[in-house]
Design a protein around this ligand. Structure first.
Ligand SMILES: [Zn+2]
Ligand SMILES: [Zn+2]
Length: 277
């Protein structure tokens, strides 16, 4: 454990009722400000036909205007930033967005789509329908897509890089330690990192008390460090109580792995900030 690790209170990956979060943007700002958060970015899900119950509309104007008005209202108290969590298969653009998170939650086929992170039931249905029940076949396809997606769309941040692990408790679908898994993940990490995207280090699993893991896994984080790629912290909060949740743990963990600095948003752009005082 490295002494003097800073508490970073900037979080660009959060959701509200405008997509699948459970609070209004204003409630989120008020709760975040109360706990001393300095930067809060909204990244509601882009318009996605197969998640139309939990995504933004095709026109982002109301969303952007609401965020801008909150930014004005709370200026000097908390910096509000307007971003989006984009699907690589359904990319939405608007020049007024300040940043874009690129994420892959599903993989499409001519006769349907496997939903990777909705529920084990959907995951297993997709695995048997399109991958002959093989978790490793899904893994290879998932990382092959990521390796193509990130250079193609150039998101500012790559969301939950190894989301395919979400339901893989005790290796029930594939072995996360085998060399084939690691090779597929690192090839995608290299393609994503070389294209300049920042990897988010997501505390979502800790916030939701699922698996005690960060996205990405340590072997990927070590590779990111070795290659000199950049990381940022995010919570993927769907509830305001999770904003910046477990960031102290994540910062200490990054420092223990050897990271000296991370990217933190401030005053309209990303800055390289030391992890220690
Ligand atoms: Zn996501
Ligand atoms: Zn998200």
């Amino acid at each position: 454990m490295i002494a003097g690790v800073k508490m970073i209170k900037a979080d660009l990956h959060t959701h509200t009722v405008r997509s699948d979060g459970n609070s209004s943007a204003e409630q989120a700002v008020l709760q975040a400000a109360e706990k001393g958060v300095s930067v809060l970015g909204f990244s509601d899900h882009c318009y996605t036909p197969w998640y139309d119950w939990g995504s933004l509309g095709k026109d982002l104007s109301t969303y952007i205007e609401e965020n801008t008005s909150l930014a004005d209202r709370f200026a000097g108290i908390i910096e509000i930033v307007c971003g989006i969590e984009n699907e690589f298969d359904c990319w939405q653009e608007d020049s007024r967005l300040q940043y874009r998170i690129g994420s892959r939650h599903s993989i499409g086929f001519p006769d349907g789509r496997i939903l990777i992170d909705e529920s084990p039931v959907f995951l297993e249905e997709g695995l048997s329908k399109w991958y002959g029940g093989s978790g490793m076949a899904l893994v290879r396809d998932y990382y092959r897509h990521i390796a193509e997606d990130v250079p193609k769309f150039a998101p500012d941040i790559i969301g939950h890089f190894d989301l395919v692990r979400k339901f893989n408790l005790s290796g029930r679908y594939f072995d996360e330690n085998c060399s084939a898994y690691r090779k597929a993940a690192l090839e995608a990490a290299e393609a994503a990192g070389d294209s300049g995207a920042i990897f988010e280090v997501s505390t979502v699993n800790l916030n939701r008390k699922r698996r005690h893991i960060l996205f990405p896994a340590d072997f990927i984080l070590k590779f990111i460090l070795e290659k000199g790629y950049q990381v940022t912290l995010s919570s993927d909060a769907h509830d305001p109580s999770h904003i910046c949740g477990h960031f102290g743990y994540a910062s200490s963990h990054l420092a223990d792995l050897g990271f000296r600095s991370i990217m933190v948003w401030k005053n309209g752009s990303f800055n390289d900030v030391s992890l220690t005082d």
